[in-house]
Design a binder for this molecule. Sequence first.
Ligand SMILES: NC(=O)c1ccc[n+]([C@@H]2O[C@H](COP(=O)([O-])OP(=O)(O)OC[C@H]3O[C@@H](n4cnc5c(N)ncnc54)[C@H](O)[C@@H]3O)[C@@H](O)[C@H]2O)c1
Length: 262
Amino acid sequence: MGTMSVDFSSEVALVTGAAGGMGRAIAVAFARAGANVVMGDVEVDGGRETERLVGEHGVGAVFVPTDVSDADQVQALVATAVDRFGALHNAVNAAAIENEMVPLHECDDDQFDRMQNINVRGLFLCTKHEIVAMLNNDNGDDGRGRIVNIASTNSFRPQPNQPAYTASKHAAVGLTRSAAIDYAAHGIRINAICPGSIDTPMLRNAMERRGRNADEVAARLSRLGRFGTPEEIAAAALWLCSSGSSFTLGHPLAVDAGYLAS
Ligand SMILES: NC(=O)c1ccc[n+]([C@@H]2O[C@H](COP(=O)([O-])OP(=O)(O)OC[C@H]3O[C@@H](n4cnc5c(N)ncnc54)[C@H](O)[C@@H]3O)[C@@H](O)[C@H]2O)c1
């Protein structure tokens, strides 16, 4: 389940949040499809492990420790793709945090700022520098480049007690749509994915903090009665970066087992 067979050989992909969860699955999927992959994350051990897994596919693999909320570090991450592999063609921005369980009047001001710094400013900085790099590419059959931002079903339908996360994920879709219409004519296609409940460390930690049972959560939030896999998000990300989606832009693609439909 959740495999996507597209040929990305001779292309370069950049993935943030690559130390685990969806980011790791997306980096490995690009490698399996033949792309050279540059990876960023604050978590160095996990990032190095993803670098190793990507390298097993015989492609170029470079992990760069990166805090996406730091402009210089994001610029260095994007520069690595261009310096090591000559260009940047595909980027998936998956880095984010989710660690709150309070209603808005109890939301700590600094906590709110930290969430927006990583989830919104981080997405802004990554998208910005990826666009700058892609504008240098030739405008080929499927344009100069593709960017996918990982948003959430929370971008449209909030879970309780997540005011800062929900605000940040609404912003992720707004930022994606705004950039998508501005860069369509420049040959850069920008879309978002809105994952439902996907079995990653983020979901497992959130359930543990709330004392929730995995079977109950899966039954309530997924019409398939199970969590999605990171590989199912990777398959969607690769499709959005492939020429198969050449007429799709500015779209927040729900990969959520029907959660937003119900
Ligand atoms: N798991 C789910 O059910 C779910 C649902 C909807 C949306 N999402 C979104 O999917 C994306 C991937 O999440 P995941 O579930 O794989 O979680 P995850 O926690 O496994 O992965 C997120 C990664 O982002 C990294 N990160 C955190 N702060 C960073 C920073 N400042 N700079 C660089 N990297 C940083 C973490 O170290 C981690 O490796 C996130 O944007 C998340 O909000 C997840």
